[in-house]
Design a protein around this ligand. Structure first.
Ligand code: FMN
Length: 212
């Protein structure tokens, strides 16, 4: 008997056709926002922001810059996973300020770790930081894919879009951000033929190596 979460993961699929008339409730959107914020990130720095688009006028402009994929027009909401353009010293300090405040931790206990991270990021070049930061966005999307499945919300993870054009349309540069991934969420259309297709996966024995 498969566990509930495995059944949920079998149920989910990369939705190709959303029902434009079915909308997420406010509570469902609230769950997705909270789950995004609870995503684990490297060092806990959360160099991420998530744009939640529900405005039809914006959604209608997305297919031409999303490889003509209509999910971004028809889904109830479109989530855009964004990353900070860079990690400033202040960004790292703000994190430790939060730790101090929320956990009431003596700053002296945090000092060494804070200095280590300030040093760590100041020694990385732009490409290395970009690489690290982009991985954090993939983690967030992975987390939300599972949360959507558990909540009975359909979704489609997407790399097939033009990040520069999204950044321009959504004025992300003004927020010091760039888009990395897109995920329309909502409810599958009744005639989405992909919903009933069997999952194509390698065998568990082919992907998992047990070292007994
Ligand atoms: C990072 C990533 C990017 C993807 N980009 C797209 C995309 O642009 N359009 C799309 O229809 N599906 C996209 N997919 C969906 C995959 O093709 C799909 O997850 C995979 O074939 C497995 O099928 P399933 O998710 O339905 O089980 C993407 C998936 C991932 C993880």
């Amino acid at each position: 008997m498969p566990s509930e979460i495995i059944k949920n993961l079998q149920w989910r699929y990369a939705t190709k056709k959303f029902d434009p008339n079915k909308k997420l409730s406010d509570d469902q959107v609230t769950v997705l926002k909270a789950a995004f914020n609870l995503t684990a990130t490297s060092y806990g720095l959360q160099p991420l922001r998530m744009l939640v688009i529900s405005d039809d006028k914006i959604k209608e402009q997305l297919p031409p810059i999303t490889m003509k994929q209509l999910q971004v027009r028809d889904a109830s909401h479109v989530l855009v996973f964004c990353v900070e353009e860079t990690i400033s010293q202040q960004f790292v300090r703000d994190h430790f300020n939060r730790v101090e405040e929320i956990r009431n931790t003596d700053r002296k206990i945090l000092d060494d770790y804070e200095d280590y991270l300030l040093d760590y990021f100041s020694n990385k070049n732009e490409a290395e930081i970009r690489d690290w930061i982009t991985k954090q966005a993939y983690l967030a999307m992975g987390n939300l894919l599972t949360v959507c499945a558990a909540e009975g919300i359909d979704s489609c993870p997407m790399e097939g879009f033009e990040p520069d054009k999204y950044d321009e349309l959504l004025q992300l540069k003004d927020l010091g951000l760039r888009s990395v991934l897109v995920m329309p969420v909502g409810f599958r259309a009744e005639d989405d033929m992909f919903a009933s297709m069997k999952k194509v996966r390698r065998g568990i024995g082919d992907v998992v190596i047990d070292l007994d």
